[in-house]
Structures are given as structure tokens and as C-alpha cells.
Design a binder for this molecule. Structure first.
Ligand SMILES: *[C@@H]1O[C@H](CO)[C@@H](O)[C@H](O)[C@H]1NC(C)=O
Length: 163
């Protein structure tokens, strides 16, 4: 009886805390007019760093940006694309199509914050170059410059953290 209780208890612990994996998502957040802005990421962030700065104003960790629970905030004119590190219990892999028609920018959402991407099969004559004509942002695949393909994405299927 006690042994059974222990087994049930252990299974519950595994179910509740399971194994979580450290992963990284990508998010945009802009401090317009030098104002504070909070951007909901939907994941409980651990830390953030600048991927690409768009503003002339600097982006200094702790002063002009930081993660706070399910959000990323910016201030003092920092406008950038950020890497946000977070833990995910339920990392999933699936395939999704995304097409840049008439060489236009397009976005294709998937079921959670994307953490990595690969081209499974290219359908266009135009090339699909990571960071140049395709990539990912939050829960979306993006394509540009005529890249059309089936992508394999890894994303976090955990329940969305509300903000
Ligand atoms: C993609 O762009 C980011 C930001 O410019 C850079 O840090 C990263 O190394 C690039 N990755 C590749 C594979 O080019």
C-alpha cells in the first residue's frame, strides 16, 4: 500500500515538474517615444539579450530592457528584436508550410513559441536562406523574397502564460 502510494506520488511529481528544457524564442519589442513598453511573450522568461537593435538609442540590459514574468519590457528608446530564454516542458516538432508570394513578406503562425527551424522541403525556385528569406518570430514562421517551403519547426506547446 505504502509502496503504491510512493509510486503514485512519484508519477505525480514527474507529471508536474517533468523535464523542462532550456530553449530560446525571438520577440520584437519597441520603446517608441522613449516610453516604457511591455510586450507579452506568453512564456515565463528567464533572461533576454539583443538579437538585432533597430533604434539609435542603446539597449542596455536592466536599464532599457529585461524580462518580467510573461513579458519582455523595453524603455528609453530601445527598439530591437530579442532572444528570450525560457524553460519549456513540452517541446514539440511539426511541419508547416509558409510561402512568400510575389516576393512579399508573409507570416505563418504555429501552435506555440518557435525555438528552432529547418527547411524540410523547398517549393520555390527562389532560395530559402535562414535570417535572409526565412526565420521565426514568437509563434510565427516568416518568409520573404519568394521563399516557399515546408518547414520543420520546434515549438513550445506549454500552456500560454498570461499577461
Ligand atoms: C541570424 O541573425 C542574428 C542577428 O543578426 C545573428 O546573431 C545570427 O548569428 C544569425 N544566424 C545565422 C545562422 O546567420
Amino acid at each position: 500500500m505504502e509502496g503504491q502510494m510512493m509510486v503514485v506520488f512519484s508519477l505525480c511529481l514527474i507529471g508536474m515538474w517533468g523535464t523542462s528544457e532550456a530553449v530560446t524564442g525571438i520577440f520584437d519589442c519597441d520603446s517608441n517615444g522613449y516610453q516604457y513598453k511591455s510586450c507579452c511573450t506568453g512564456v515565463r522568461g528567464i533572461s533576454a539579450s539583443v538579437m538585432t537593435k533597430r533604434s539609435r538609442s542603446s539597449c542596455d540590459a536592466g536599464y532599457s530592457f529585461a524580462v518580467n514574468g510573461c513579458s519582455l519590457w523595453v524603455n528609453h528608446g530601445c527598439r530591437a528584436r530579442f532572444y528570450v530564454n525560457f524553460n519549456c516542458r513540452n517541446v514539440k516538432t511539426s511541419n508547416a508550410d509558409c510561402s512568400s508570394r510575389n516576393y512579399k513578406y508573409a507570416e505563418c503562425p504555429v501552435g506555440g513559441v518557435i525555438t528552432s527551424i529547418n527547411v524540410a522541403k523547398k517549393h520555390s525556385r527562389s532560395s530559402c536562406d535562414f535570417n535572409k528569406s526565412f526565420g521565426f518570430l514568437a509563434n510565427k514562421i516568416w518568409v520573404d523574397d519568394g521563399c516557399r517551403a515546408t518547414f520543420t519547426v520546434q515549438y513550445c506547446a506549454d500552456r500560454k502564460c498570461s499577461c
